[in-house]
Design a protein around this ligand. Sequence first.
Ligand SMILES: [Ca+2]
Ligand SMILES: [Ca+2]
Ligand SMILES: [Ca+2]
Length: 162
Amino acid sequence: MTIRKTILSAALLTVIAAPAFAAPHERNAFIHDYDANHDGEVTQAEFDAGRTARFKATDTNGDGWVSEAEYLAEYEVRLDAKLAKSDAPAEDKLAIRQREVRQTHVRFGALDKDKDAKMTKAEYDASGARAFAQQDKDKNGKITNADAVVEKAEATTKPAAN
Ligand SMILES: [Ca+2]
Ligand SMILES: [Ca+2]
Ligand SMILES: [Ca+2]
């Protein structure tokens, strides 16, 4: 499982390197998270492998789908690592944490399209495909820093996840 190890350590590096919760860092986080061979681009294959590994890691009881509790637990690990690195005052961290946890519940509801309280791999993949398409600004089928340049040229209104 060296692939998963690489992905997890890349994700950890992202958490450490990310100085804030600000949106402009999102693409770097995306590349850090999924660029398994560290060539600065995320291909569709890297993305799919990374997503599959993350889904399996999130499905901690291994029943093939992710519950809201599993989804939240996976996110809380990353959130707490991020907050531990932040030098924001404790009350701000608490507020950020509460807000992020609320948003995570909302996200789960949005991901669980058929509202059966189970996030299946298909539902997870559908959201991944949307995220990839959203990141791939120049539509060349991979995520690179060039996409960040394209995005900068656009008025940065955040497209609503749908
Ligand atoms: Ca790559
Ligand atoms: Ca599960
Ligand atoms: Ca579902």
